[in-house]
Design a protein around this ligand. Structure first.
Ligand code: GDP
Length: 318
């Protein structure tokens, strides 16, 4: 890979894809290729094949996916399994057919079993059952990484899979029904502060533990993998530390400046009790996350206020 390589970022409007584009451009890559959904429907295999035949892509960053938080995953498992299976199958197979040598596939830490020993090592994959609130999504992502492994084995491709922990940062989804916990609580705390509310509702018991990675750190890890010629394998990407949802809510309230009380809504699911990644595989190669949680939440909050909360359409950030 060099600075002139043609790098296709699939899903460039999403949180991960847009962070990848920012990072590539900042690092001096001059041929970053993107397509909107209207220009190229990744669910249409014939269209994806035509795109790869025409564009002479050198590297694919496969960040296009149907993603969402615990409620969206649990209530729309059909969409999550079908769309992710189709997108990854279409893109990975078309890339192989067009002799694209390098590809990075992005999954999620929810691919690992619910009752995994912690921190979670890559080799715990498929050692016991999945967390039911997101097993459809997890199965699709496991299929994607297995596709990469199988193609590497049979066709000598160099396809790598990165499994980030819970992500946050610019261009996140702030819709309360489909978002993940961090953007949801950021928005709730902001609105509670503006409305002078006394309380903020947190779903579940507040005891599950989660690990949060700023998406710019994921983009940095991706460039690290590409520039250091990591050719295959599965790599966890995280910070190596977690905290409880209660602690996360407290940290967000502090950053936002909301000093009301937290109320826990036990009718909402907790999901998996803990998912802390073991990040030593990438660390041994020389990569570590650098953005601290409070610092990352503060910059994300500034971006939220500028991009969403102040705009006329912000009343309904969908
Ligand atoms: P998960 O990591 O796949 O379980 O996905 P989420 O980020 O959606 O949820 C993580 C944890 O945060 C779960 O235990 C949720 O119940 C909890 N949580 C607390 N408040 C919220 C909220 O307002 N939205 C979401 N999505 N999760 C919340």
């Amino acid at each position: 890979m060099n600075k002139q390589s043609r790098i296709f970022v699939a899903g460039h409007r999403g949180m991960v894809g847009s962070a990848l584009v920012r990072r590539l451009v900042a690092a001096g890559y001059t041929n970053v290729v993107t397509r909107t959904r209207l220009e190229l429907d990744l669910m249409d295999q014939a269209a994806v094949n035509r795109f790869f035949e025409a564009e002479k892509i050198d590297v694919v960053l496969l960040a296009a996916a149907r993603v969402g938080g615990i409620f969206a995953n649990a209530s729309r498992p059909g969409e999550f399994i079908y769309e992710n299976l189709v997108i990854e199958t279409n893109v990975i197979h078309a890339a192989y057919r067009a002799q694209v040598e390098r590809l990075v596939f992005f999954g999620s830490s929810c691919i690992y079993p619910k009752q995994c020993p912690q921190p979670i090592r890559e080799e715990y994959l498929l050692t016991s059952s999945l967390e039911p609130t997101n097993d459809a999504y997890a199965i699709a992502k496991i299929a994607g990484l297995k596709l990469c492994e199988a193609y590497n084995c049979e066709y000598n491709t160099q396809y790598v899979s990165l499994m980030p922990t819970n992500l946050y940062g610019p261009n996140d989804n702030y819709d309360l029904k489909s978002s993940h916990v961090l953007p949801a609580l950021l928005r709730k705390a902001h609105e509670a502060k503006l409305n002078g509310a006394d309380t903020l509702t947190v779903w579940g018991s507040g005891t599950p533990r989660r690990e949060f990675l700023h998406v710019d750190d994921l983009a940095a890890a991706t460039l690290f993998v590409l520039e250091n010629n990591v050719m295959e394998g599965l790599f966890n990407v995280g910070v190596g530390e977690d905290l409880s949802i209660r602690e996360l809510a407290e940290c967000i309230c502090k950053v936002v400046g909301f000093d009301g009380e937290l109320v826990f809504d036990a009718s909402k699911p907790d999901g998996t009790p803990r998912k802390l990644l073991d990040v030593s595989r990438l660390a041994q190669m020389g990569w570590r996350a650098t953005i601290g949680l409070e610092q990352g939440i503060a910059s994300t909050y500034r971006e939220f206020v500028e991009s969403y909360a102040g705009s006329p359409t912000a009343a309904a950030v969908q």
